[in-house]
Design a protein around this ligand. Structure first.
Ligand SMILES: Nc1ncnc2c1ncn2[C@@H]1O[C@H](COP(=O)(O)OP(=O)(O)OP(=O)(O)O)[C@@H](O)[C@H]1O
Ligand code: SF4
Ligand SMILES: [Mg+2]
Length: 366
C-alpha cells in the first residue's frame, strides 16, 4: 500500500458568530468538526457533499490558507501548522490549489504569462528570471494551450481554456499535492471531461496526488481512487470508489446516490429514490448524536445521543469506513461501466446509471 503524503487528524474549524451591540461571540459555525483522513501518494481522493457541508473550508485548512480551531495536518512527514517563515514558504510550494470559477479566479488585467508565472515571483529560486518565459510556455504546452498565446488576456480564452490556465498555475512549482475545489463545476459537460482527462494525464506524468472536491457524484467517481462523503462538517463515509458507489453503508451516501438520475428509461422504475426529510440543519446548531438523525429514515434513540465514529464496518464484500451505528450495505446495480465510455460521455445524466436496490431495511417514508 502506498504511503501517505498528507494526514489530517481531527481537523476542526469553527467560525465565531457575533451578535448584539457589543458584537460579542454568541456561537460558532461548525464548518469542519473533527475530520480525519489520509491522502496517499499518487492517488485522487474525492470529497463530496451538499453545499455548506465544509468541503471548501477543509480544502483551505489543508493548504493552511486558514488556521484550524484544532487538529493537525502532517504533510510529507512535517507538522504543517507548526511551521513558520521560510519552512512554511517551502512547504507551500508543494501543495497548491485550483479553484472552481475560471472566470473570477484569474486577474483580467494580467496576461496569461503573468498569471501562470506568478508563482515564480513568489518563489524566485525555482526558475531564474531569464528562464521564466520558456518555463511558462512549457507549462502552457503541458496543459494543452498554445504557448504562443502567452501574451493574451483571460477574456480571450474559453471557460475550459481558462481552467487549463488555472491548472498550469497550480502545477508551476511542481507541487506534490493539488487541491482542486470544484475545478470543473462551472464548465460545460463536454469541457468537464476534457479538463478531467487533462488532470488524469498530469497526475500520471507528474506523480501528483489530488484532493478533488465536488458536489457532482459522477465526476468524482470518474477521477477518484477513494471517496469521502461529508455531511455537516463531518465525514460520513470513506472508502474505495467501488465501496462508496457499489456498497454504500451510510444512509446519507445511499440517499445521495439514489438522487443521481437514471437516463435509461427501462431502468428508471427499478431505481428507488430516497427522499430525505427536511433541509440540511444549520452548522451553527448541528443535531446531537449523529448529525444526520433529523433526516435519517433508520434513526433510533441511540442516534440522538451517541456520535457514531468513522470506523471500519462490514459492507457485504469486505469493510470500509462508515460513521453510522446501523451501517448496512445497499446493492447498486450498474448498467454502464463508466470506463467503457468515451471522453464526451462524461455527463451527469448519461454516465452514472447506478440504481439502488435495497438489501436491508428500506426507507420507511419514501
Ligand atoms: N469565512 C467564513 N466565516 C464564517 N462562516 C464561514 C466562512 N467560510 C465558510 N463558512 C461557513 O461554513 C460552512 C461550510 O462552508 P464551505 O464553504 O466550506 O462549504 P462547501 O461544502 O464548500 O459548500 P459549497 O458546496 O457551497 O461550496 C457554511 O455554513 C459556511 O457558511
Ligand atoms: S447513526 Fe443513526 S441517524 Fe446516523 S446515519 Fe446511522 S442510522 Fe441514521
Ligand atoms: Mg465550496
Amino acid at each position: 500500500m502506498a504511503e501517505a503524503i498528507l494526514t489530517a487528524t481531527d481537523l476542526v474549524k469553527y467560525y465565531p458568530i457575533k451578535g448584539g451591540v457589543l458584537r460579542r461571540k454568541v456561537g460558532d459555525v461548525k464548518a469542519v468538526d473533527g475530520v480525519s483522513f489520509e491522502l496517499l501518494k499518487g492517488e485522487t481522493l474525492g470529497i463530496v457533499g451538499e453545499s455548506g457541508c465544509g468541503k471548501s473550508t477543509l480544502g483551505r485548512l489543508l493548504m493552511r490558507l486558514e488556521e484550524p480551531t484544532s487538529g493537525s495536518v502532517v504533510f510529507d512527514g512535517v507538522d504543517m501548522y507548526a511551521q513558520k517563515g521560510r519552512a512554511m514558504r517551502k512547504l507551500r510550494r508543494d501543495i497548491q490549489i485550483v479553484f472552481q470559477d475560471p472566470y473570477t479566479s484569474l486577474n483580467p488585467r494580467k496576461t496569461v504569462g503573468d498569471i501562470v508565472g506568478e508563482p515564480f515571483d513568489i518563489h524566485p529560486d525555482v526558475v531564474p528570471r531569464k528562464g521564466r518565459r520558456k518555463a511558462v510556455q512549457d507549462l502552457l504546452d503541458l496543459v494543452g494551450l498554445n504557448p504562443e498565446h502567452i501574451n493574451r488576456y483571460p477574456h480571450q480564452f474559453s471557460g475550459g481554456q481558462r481552467q487549463r490556465i488555472g491548472i498550469a498555475r497550480g502545477i508551476a512549482l511542481n507541487p506534490k499535492v493539488l487541491i482542486c475545489d470544484e475545478p470543473v463545476s462551472a464548465l460545460d459537460v463536454s469541457v468537464q471531461a476534457q479538463v478531467v482527462n487533462l488532470m488524469e494525464k498530469l497526475q500520471d506524468e507528474l506523480g501528483l496526488s489530488y484532493i478533488f472536491i465536488a458536489h457532482d457524484l459522477s465526476v468524482v467517481r470518474h477521477i477518484s481512487d477513494r471517496v469521502g462523503v461529508m455531511y455537516l462538517g463531518k465525514m460520513a463515509e470513506l472508502g474505495e470508489e467501488d465501496d462508496i458507489y457499489g456498497r454504500p453503508t451510510h444512509p446519507y451516501t445511499q440517499a445521495l446516490l439514489s438522487a443521481v438520475p437514471v437516463p435509461d428509461p427501462t431502468l428508471r422504475d427499478k431505481k428507488e429514490q430516497i427522499v430525505l426529510k427536511g433541509d440540511v440543519p444549520s452548522p451553527a446548531n448541528p443535531p446531537s448524536g449523529c448529525r444526520f438523525h433529523t433526516r435519517c429514515w433508520k434513526a433510533q434513540d441511540k442516534c440522538k445521543t451517541d456520535i457514531p465514529l468513522l470506523e471500519l464496518r462490514p459492507d457485504g464484500a469486505g469493510e470500509h469506513l462508515s460513521a453510522c451505528h446501523f451501517a448496512q450495505p445497499r446493492e447498486i446495480i450498474e448498467t454502464i461501466d463508466v470506463s467503457d465510455l468515451a471522453d464526451g460521455d462524461l455527463d451527469t445524466g448519461r454516465r452514472d446509471t447506478a440504481s439502488l436496490e435495497p438489501v436491508g431495511d428500506g426507507p420507511a417514508d419514501s
